[in-house]
Ligand binder design. Structure first.
Ligand code: PMP
Length: 304
């Protein structure tokens, strides 16, 4: 990842990709107190556009607020830098990672002289869960790890340290032959995937867990919006593991994962064991919107 040509935005300057480094005593590296975002830019007929950039930047600032971290840049400045991270690296499609982290100005949990640093990098990244799985669907296992409790780490924050929980769950899923993990909350209800929100379909209606123990996903919001505009019913509710076993369809959403069908949970085929019709419809619509192929919701596209 670090040995390639390109430019990374770091603290207001464009830095050569190989030179965008931090010190080993970087505070966030030690304790995980940082916030980040993951976005995608897609090729449209009018050029490359970042999907829902403003909403991602808003969430970055909300995450920082939760961690009591002050981002030393204006939203507009960061939005501009996101666009330039794509254009300066000559990318037609991109995954963009932004992060705010504490520097190496001090060590220890009590360090109070820390500066907030910001980085933005963009590169080409294909289907997160594999191209063939976008049609076939993925195999998921319920994790033995419980989702972060809302009063242990802050689930509304996309905070670096929260991802230990995700990585443990994902490693377990991959090591046991699955593609992804489903994490349950501390009461045993479905929360989310390691990096995705969950949806199920039963009798033509769409359900998704509330965001008590799940990230307020921007793709989740997109899918809820477009489903309702299509006249589909979407409800947020507590979802049990066995409700997913007997669902007609299930899928994950995320900026990286996009709309990925789930074909199996814990060895039970979901529906007919492949991508269901409502999942397919929403997936197609999602790809139409991100590629600017529909006239409405142009406000979701920020051209670079
Ligand atoms: N949950 C978690 C834990 C995530 O990391 C992500 C990816 N950011 C999501 C859900 C989906 O969020 P979004 O659609 O905003 O990418």
């Amino acid at each position: 990842m670090d040995d390639r040509d390109g430019l990374i935005w770091l603290d207001g300057k464009w830095v050569e990709w190989r030179e965008a480094k931090v010190h080993v005593l970087t505070h966030t590296l030690h304790y995980g107190a940082g916030v980040f975002e993951g976005l995608r830019a897609y090729k449209t007929e009018q050029g490359t556009a970042i999907f829902r950039l403003a909403e991602h930047t808003d969430r970055l600032f909300r995450s920082a607020k939760i961690l009591n971290m002050t981002i030393p840049y204006a939203k507009e400045e960061l939005n501009q830098a996101h666009c330039e991270a794509v254009s300066k690296n000559n990318l037609e499609t991109a995954y963009i990672r932004s992060m705010c982290f504490y520097g190496s100005e001090g060590m220890g949990l009590r360090a109070d002289n820390l500066q907030v640093h910001v980085m933005i990098a963009a590169w080409q990244w294909g289907a997160y869960l594999g191209v063939e799985n976008m049609e076939r669907g993925i195999r998921v296992r319920t994790s033995s790890y419980t989702r972060n409790h809302v009063n242990s780490t802050m689930c509304k924050a996309k905070a670096n340290g929260n991802y230990i929980n995700s990585i443990l769950a994902l490693q377990e899923a991959l090591a046991t032959g699955y593609d992804e993990a489903l994490l349950l909350d501390h009461e045993g209800f479905a929360a989310e995937g390691s990096g995705e929100n969950l949806f199920i379909v039963r009798n033509g209606k769409i359900y998704t867990p509330e965001t008590t123990s799940a990230l307020e996903g921007i793709t989740r919001d997109t899918v809820i919006t477009i489903a309702r505009e299509q006249g589909l019913e979407v409800s947020e509710k507590r979802i049990t593991r066995d409700e997913i076993y007997v669902a007609d369809e299930a899928f994950f959403t995320g900026s990286a994962a996009e709309v990925t069908p789930i074909r199996e949970l814990d060895g039970r085929s979901i529906g007919n064991g492949t991508r269901g019709p409502i999942t397919e419809k929403l997936q197609t619509l999602y790809f139409d919107y991100v590629h600017g192929r529909r006239a409405d919701h142009q406000e979701w596209l920020s051209y670079v």
